[in-house]
Design a protein around this ligand. Structure first.
Ligand code: CTP
Ligand code: MG
Length: 180
């Protein structure tokens, strides 16, 4: 029961977990805000680029397609049912994760935090809120069937933990400038 909940939550969120990491690897190029400022501060900052956003969205969406292909085998091996992703759901999770992260940068800049500054809480949950919101809009029936209240609860507890672990890992590997 618990294994099944955690497996479902993790699997369903993978297309939202991977985009930010793909953006880190693909980042660079033109910032989305084009260097513009608002109130004396950058609208978003150099850390939010078109290339990173597009790459993250693409990778997350493609991952959902791959998960659909390998799902039956993994499901059989684990002995738990796993969700499959309609294309709209995968795309919504991936783009939503990127938009949530972009929204967080907007909030960070408005509160005077420079690029790369930590904002505990927001850093760990921005992309979850974005991903869930856009997945709900893009595929409401799938969302309701997949993200039941227990699954949502697991997502909200598990994600910050995974986020901290992966970001510290990326930092230690020299892929990220800060461990958050
Ligand atoms: N990145 C990107 N486009 C995005 C998100 C991330 O290009 N939409 C890349 C950038 O190179 C960024 C890196 O991934 O520097 C790390 O992402 P993140 O930690 O979200 O950005 P920060 O540089 O820390 O900037 P911010 O303070 O705005 O979060
Ligand atoms: Mg950062």
């Amino acid at each position: 029961m618990v294994v099944s909940l955690v497996a479902t939550a993790f699997w369903a969120m993978l297309p939202a977990y991977v985009p930010n990491n793909a953006a880190v690897l693909a980042g660079g190029g033109r910032p989305i805000d084009g260097g513009r400022t608002w109130g004396g501060r950058r609208v978003l900052g150099d850390g939010k680029t078109w290339r990173g956003t597009a790459a993250g969205t693409l990778v997350g969406t493609l991952l959902a397609v791959v998960l659909n292909a390998v799902g039956p085998a993994v499901s059989g091996a684990l002995g738990v049912a796993l969700p499959t992703f309609p294309l709209a759901a995968g795309f919504g999770l991936a783009l939503g994760a990127m938009l949530g992260d972009i929204g967080a940068s907007f909030v960070k800049r408005r509160s005077g935090r420079e690029r790369g500054a930590a904002f505990p809480g927001l850093d760990q949950l921005d992309f979850v809120v974005g991903a869930l919101a856009l997945a709900f809009v893009a595929a409401p029936g799938w969302f309701a069937a997949t993200f039941t209240l227990p699954v949502l609860a697991v997502v909200l507890v598990m994600t910050p933990v995974l986020h901290v672990v992966t970001n510290v890992g990326a930092y230690l590997l020299g892929l990220k400038n800060e461990p958050w």
